[in-house]
Design a protein around this ligand. Sequence first.
Ligand code: GLN
Length: 265
Amino acid sequence: MKFSKVCSLILASCMLFGAVGCGGQESAGGDNSGNQNGLVTSQEGKLIWATNATFEPYEYKEGDKVVGIDAEIAEAIATKLGLEAQVENMEFDAIIPSVVSGKADIGIAGMTITDERLNNVNFSDTYVEAGQAIIVKKGSDIKGVSDLAGKVVGVQRGTVGDSYVSDSANGVNVASVERFSACPDAVQSLIAGKIDAVVIDNEPAKKMTEGVDEVVKLEENLTSEQYAIAVSKKNEALLKEINTILGEMKANGELQAILDKYLSE
Ligand code: GLN
């Protein structure tokens, strides 16, 4: 009697655990839904990506749409996670705060990994190598970084270019730094003769000077940087998924195809 009672108890608990195990497996695998592996985003079914769409070829506006390398990467990641990508276009220096606060799930904005930013967010694996470049007016006496000493230099507020020229430890010794909310405004100011040079990332510098008579991008790269995707420190699961997807996109050529579409050689 006792023995059979024990047996039925064991049987019952086996069934119970079996059922739980089975249910667990069902939700953990098999489909491509966004919530697999415990993935949670700020809005159900969405991947909200924060950017500053003034940074061609990485993100810029075509009509109302934000397009570019980062837009395509964000779309690809969202699709692979079974989520809908939704862009939040904002000031560059608002991107990290919005990822920290959870207003956005990721920041993807030609954003360089820096120690300071790593205090606030995690970064994915890197997807682009970049560097700062100098834009000057044609015929300028500025031929390289050493000629920036004593000059008025324009940058985009809160960028690596900003800290590079602002930080006296780099020895650039500019007379002053003019901070703009968008790089094209800095270039306009240069054309208008209000500033002497602009320091911004090399590919956007190329785009902003191509076909513009008054200005030229100098060859020299001032820094060596890696772009990556900023993710909240609270969302390790999302970071892991993004790194897996980036790894796949690197391996199958998808990432290179996106870069080739926008980067001129
Ligand atoms: N790569 C630079 C940075 O991270 C500039 C980025 C940008 O202006 N979108 O600061």
